[in-house]
Design a protein around this ligand. Structure first.
Ligand code: SF4
Length: 348
């Protein structure tokens, strides 16, 4: 992204925000580094994960994979294992692919400008802007939902955040308050303000460093912003699994479809028709993803030893115990199901 030279006309707002950030910034492990690899990992971890939960995962991940080269050379299963608990595993798959890209296309060095960072697999404009501004001082705003919310309230601007032009529009708006020479701090300050103060519901306006200038606050209209007319389209999806079990061990197999959960492990999706009578218990789990509402039915099916082993062999399943299953990654609902599986009393 070529940053247009545009003079901020509300610079005092940005400066007040930076002052607040200086005094209130959260003490987070990735705030102590300018290593673009680590900032990138942290941004991806935090995309769909709360800071509290994401911190431990981030630390574990960068300890095992401290640089792009280590990550590129790692086995996919291990990368997925270190992502366990975070969900949305496509993020881990993309990190892995992008690390290989860094090795192959960028000579092992993390790209040092917005346009090249944007070429990495899975990296969008927000992440590229965050890394470029924090690590290389590039004057670009890292516009995300926090920016939409804060800016639309600050200027009482009713531009629809579901409009495809919203990113460009709010980027321009951000430039009006962003001191170009400290874009990295500014972006982090906006992230903190959006999550700690200017919350989606009940923003803490009396504590906000921008309240003297915030039009929505001054006119009592914070609840009207941001404006979003289109709802995210959500598809319904029903799935059936069979937890085929014998004496506490059960069948798992790597999922290789191109749709969701690629490369994760799962249970059997089909069993021979005459095994239906061995189903001892069925559980239905509702699971929400960003664009999907899933209803997952898991039928616990107890099978005698020889049938169990034959079925595993013929259909490419691995026979696993609860402990062994810990070494591979499952979609969250299946991971939770295994946690609840009571080996001593399987009917529970
Ligand atoms: S004054 Fe309130 S609505 Fe305005 S930016 Fe601050 S927290 Fe958000």
């Amino acid at each position: 992204m070529k940053s247009k030279k545009q003079k901020p006309d509300f610079l005092h707002i940005g400066n007040r925000l930076l002052l607040w950030y200086e005094q209130n910034s959260r003490d987070l492990p990735w705030r102590k580094t300018k290593d673009p690899y680590k900032i990138w990992i942290c941004e991806v971890v935090l995309q769909q994960t709360q800071v509290k939960q994401g911190t431990a995962h981030y630390l574990r991940f960068v300890e095992r994979f401290p640089d792009a080269k280590t990550l590129a050379n790692a086995d996919t299963d291990e990368v997925l294992l270190y992502w366990k608990g975070l969900g949305y595993y496509s993020r881990a798959m993309n990190l892995h692919k992008a690390a290989k890209q860094i090795s192959e296309e960028f000579g092992g060095n993390f790209p040092d400008n917005f346009d090249d960072i944007l070429k990495l697999k899975g990296v969008g404009k927000y992440t590229a802007a965050a890394v470029a501004s924090i690590c290389f001082g590039t004057p670009v705003p890292a516009v995300d939902g926090n920016f939409y919310r804060v800016l639309s309230r600050l200027f009482a601007d009713d531009f629809d955040v579901s409009n495809t032009q919203a990113f460009a529009y709010f980027s321009k708006l951000a430039m009006r308050i962003m001191p170009a020479d400290v874009a990295g701090d500014f972006n982090q300050a906006m992230m903190d303000l959006g999550s700690e103060i200017c919350k989606p519901i009940n923003p803490l306006c009396s504590e906000c460093p921008l309240n003297k200038d915030c039009v929505a606050y001054l006119t009592g209209t914070t609840a009207l912003f941001p404006v979003k007319t289109k709802k995210t389209k959500v598809n319904e999806l029903a799935m059936q699994y069979y937890f085929v079990e014998n004496a506490g061990r059960f069948l798992i197999r790597r999922r290789d479809t191109v749709s969701i959960w690629k490369n994760l492990y799962e249970f059997a999706t089909e069993i021979p028709a005459d095994w239906e009578k061995f189903v001892i218990k069925t559980k239905t789990i509702a699971h929400k993803l960003t664009h999907r509402n899933m209803l997952i039915t898991i039928s616990h099916t107890q099978i005698s030893t020889s049938d169990f082993e034959d079925f595993a062999k013929e259909n490419g399943f691995v026979i696993s115990s609860v402990e062994e299953s810990d070494h591979v990654s499952f979609p969250k609902p299946l991971e939770n199901y295994i946690k609840m599986f009571n080996v001593k009393n399987p009917t529970l």
